[in-house]
Design a protein around this ligand. Structure first.
Ligand SMILES: C[S@@+](CC[C@H](N)C(=O)[O-])C[C@H]1O[C@@H](n2cnc3c(N)ncnc32)[C@H](O)[C@@H]1O
Length: 330
């Protein structure tokens, strides 16, 4: 593969909202950019090809990042592969003596390669170990379904999966594990399918419960909150943050954060003094799109995974970082 031919570390992977993300970041010569979710390197490759810039590519999955070595050779000195979580990006880059960057892209969730690799246990269509750990360490999905109480399971399936039949699914899981513990993805999918009927839109009944387990196993929402705060610390004034999310739980966190940080959050009470929340007075971001950007029909036809994608873009102001002031999402 030559530099001109390169589109990613995996030519079969189609990056979502690629043109929109690259246009938003507007890479320029000598600039430093963070691709916080390297995946197949689609965004990274496009940034490197658009301008003589430097990309710090982060992925928490060591196997995924290893595939980036091919790209790193094509762009010597310009692509730095960093294993870790984007929630820690300010620290990860500080370790490399990078204190501020010009743009950050986050393309949330798992990649098609991770889903298609049955040994990772993300898919309810392919049999594999019930794992779902992006980093291959910590608590697996099997540990969760085999040990959590019925109530806890129901709560996470409802909250993270937005599954209306969460109680019924949790009860069925607890009954089935009394027979023998869960270890494979297809057995869990079959237990769920026996409880929940396929909806009119044809979505597999296992989709929502698998989503809930994946979010919990990888603490994806906590990571997103930390990632946004880390981006606030790392972006230089004028730097751009672009986040692509795939479900309402993620998009809500991004939207709430940007609203609070751009001074648009509503006051807790109309009687409360305007100075109550620092986020309302010292905007650290300017939202560049009021509504999220969604893919065009041509993209969703080519890549159905893009259907639920939403891109939010914001520009860092020169106001000091708020995280230390509010200690979290305001
Ligand atoms: C949807 S894919 C990204 C695809 C990429 N934009 C491309 O064009 O090839 C998401 C990637 O982010 C990684 N990931 C998810 N959460 C992460 C986190 N908190 N920190 C670092 N990497 C993460 C996953 O391992 C996966 O490889």
């Amino acid at each position: 593969m030559s530099k001109a031919e390169a589109t990613s570390a995996r030519p079969d992977h189609i990056p979502v909202l690629l043109n929109e993300v690259v246009k938003a970041l507007g890479p320029k010569e000598g600039g430093n950019y963070v691709d916080g979710t390297f995946g197949a390197g689609g965004y990274t490759t496009a940034l490197l090809k658009t301008a003589e810039c430097v990309v710090w590519a982060i992925d928490r999955d060591p196997e995924t990042l290893a595939r980036g070595e091919v790209l790193a050779k094509l762009f010597p000195g310009r692509l730095h592969l960093v294993q870790g979580r984007f929630g820690d990006m300010a620290e990860l880059l500080s370790d490399q003596d990078v204190k501020a960057v010009d743009g950050i892209a986050l393309d949330l969730g798992v990649s098609s390669m991770q889903i298609e690799d049955r040994s990772r246990g993300f898919s309810f269509l392919r049999d594999g170990p019930l794992d779902m750990r992006m980093e291959r360490s910590g608590r697996s999905a099997a540990d969760i379904v085999n040990t959590m109480s019925e109530k806890e399971l129901a709560d996470i399936i409802l909250t993270y999966g937005e599954e209306r039949h969460a109680r019924r699914v949790a009860r069925a899981i607890v009954e089935a594990r009394q027979d023998r513990p869960f270890s494979r993805t297809l057995r869990l999918a079959d237990v769920i399918r026996a409880e929940v009927r396929r909806s009119h839109d044809g979505i597999d009944p296992a989709t929502r419960t698998f989503q809930a387990l994946r979010i919990l196993v990888n603490d994806e929402l906590g990571e997103l909150e930390r990632g946004l705060q880390s981006a606030e610390r790392l972006l230089r004034p004028g730097g751009i943050l672009a986040v692509v999310s795939f479900h309402s739980l993620e998009d809500r966190i991004v939207k709430t954060f940007l609203k609070a940080r751009s001074g648009m959050a509503s006051r807790p009470s109309r009687h409360a003094p305007a100075s109550l929340s620092p986020a309302q007075n010292v905007a650290t971001f300017t939202a560049l799109s009021r509504r999220p950007i969604t893919p065009r029909d041509a993209e969703t036809t080519k890549n159905p995974r893009a259907r639920s994608a939403r891109l939010r873009i914001a520009e860092r102001t020169s106001a000091p970082c708020l995280t230390a002031v509010t200690g979290g999402l305001a």
